[in-house]
Design a protein around this ligand. Sequence first.
Ligand SMILES: Cc1cc2nc3c(=O)[nH]c(=O)nc-3n(C[C@H](O)[C@H](O)[C@H](O)COP(=O)(O)OP(=O)(O)OC[C@H]3O[C@@H](n4cnc5c(N)ncnc54)[C@H](O)[C@@H]3O)c2cc1C
Length: 489
Amino acid sequence: MNGPENTLSSQPSKKPQPEEFDLVILGGGTGSTVAAWTFAAEGKSVIVVDRKYIGGSCPNIACLPSKNVIHSAKVASYFRRSKEFGIKHDGFMVDMSGVRDHKRNMVTGLNQMYLENYKKTGAEFMLGTGRFVAPRTIEVTLPNGTTRQLRGENVIVSTGTRAALEAIPGLAEAQPLTHIEALELDKIPEHLLVMGGGYVGVELSQAMRRFGSKVTVIDRNERLMSREDKDVCEALGNLLADEDIEIVLNARIKRVSGKSGDLVSIVLDQDGTEKSITGSHLLVATGRTPNTQGLGLELAGVELNDRGYIKVNERLQTATPGVWAIGEVAGSPQFTHISVDDFRVVHANLTGGNRVTTGRQVPYCLFTDPELARIGLSEIEARAQGIPYRLFKMPMEANLRARTLAETRGFMKALVDADSDRILGFTAFGVGAGEIMGAVQIAMIAGVPYTALRDAILTHPTLVEGLISLFSSVAELHGVAEVPARSAA
Ligand SMILES: Cc1cc2nc3c(=O)[nH]c(=O)nc-3n(C[C@H](O)[C@H](O)[C@H](O)COP(=O)(O)OP(=O)(O)OC[C@H]3O[C@@H](n4cnc5c(N)ncnc54)[C@H](O)[C@@H]3O)c2cc1C
């Protein structure tokens, strides 16, 4: 009985020696993934730890799956409109399990591509849940319960965010869907209640409506996407209303009862009047919460800011030397392209450069149909900053390519500096808005005046050709903001 094992276990246990890496990355989102491939290709030893997803949220549960499902909804909308294009058919049916499988196939393909890139570059991917046990040392619990300790000369934390669940009585008990479950539905909800009229709520509302669900969107603000200019919010609201989506604004949700997937009711206060809305499913899309708990950040000396995100400076350094944070958990704007730019900032700073997050462009696109895209200043922002501007605005129906597609809803507008010809901002709500915005953004990066776009020879008929008409239109001059009078009190 006194075998060698017993002899060993009776001795004081030795602390396991952490495995050493040039770079350890906790959380495998897009910025982390690109960081791993890049540093590994440059000859560094790199390991990425993720508890669930190869590639993080974007390819698995967020951007790409949602855009895939939204595209299936677009196909359904084409079936509904087919007569308009001279195509007759004998009815159609949406098969949600087919929609889901189509999305799952794409995700599987993306995961394979990511794994191949890990192999090619020599970066290691480890499935497991990580937490700091010391500065720059992470302990990972693998799915089989065993642990590994990893120490990095540098460590990047990028654990992202998750859907926030507000402390509303009955909400947690109602087991609402988040975007993750909504993108996995294999049946069309009879009546989907959507809490939150931001990006996620609006995109999924339109898609589900197009699949045949009755949809009600509930938002606490006066308008959907309330940070955008009034004309933009109104155009978006009209789009949803025209597709028979019920929109309930200025609403404070007081309590929730029942269960999502069965029968669920919301009691809300709208302008002082209590109302009750009942549906079959409930989707929460009211913002995000950073994934910081259980990470042992205190053992690493990594601090949080007053919003609960990891505190970083403009070079994305945390309070602990050698520990960096990128992406949503670092409080960066919540877009994949920003997560990737955060990687660039850290990469530059680790390779002798000095790159910062301040002053960078943050373009975005809302993938409704049609899309809403913006780069640079909105009118609200220009006024708030007291920047005079010339406004060029043109309806999408003046774009001849939009006419050929029978997609004439919306408009484009551009803000141009009142004194110079510099483009300050661009918004498009219309077909291909994201792609058109890209062309304007490149002009802004290059610092070319708006007249260069106006005078360019662009292929006819393309959507981007509309920029010639936009910048040839008569501009309105807008002066310095009317600063609201402050009360003396
Ligand atoms: C429905 C939806 C649609 C979106 N669409 C778009 C879009 O069209 N365009 C766009 O630019 N952005 C979009 N976004 C936002 C975008 O998905 C994120 O900004 C982007 O994925 C960057 O996230 P990240 O790198 O910060 O973190 P993530 O990609 O979320 O990565 C964090 C990772 O950390 C892992 N993790 C967390 N804790 C631990 C731990 N303790 N141990 C190990 N691993 C851990 C998680 O499993 C996760 O994989 C969308 C978001 C949602 C929710």
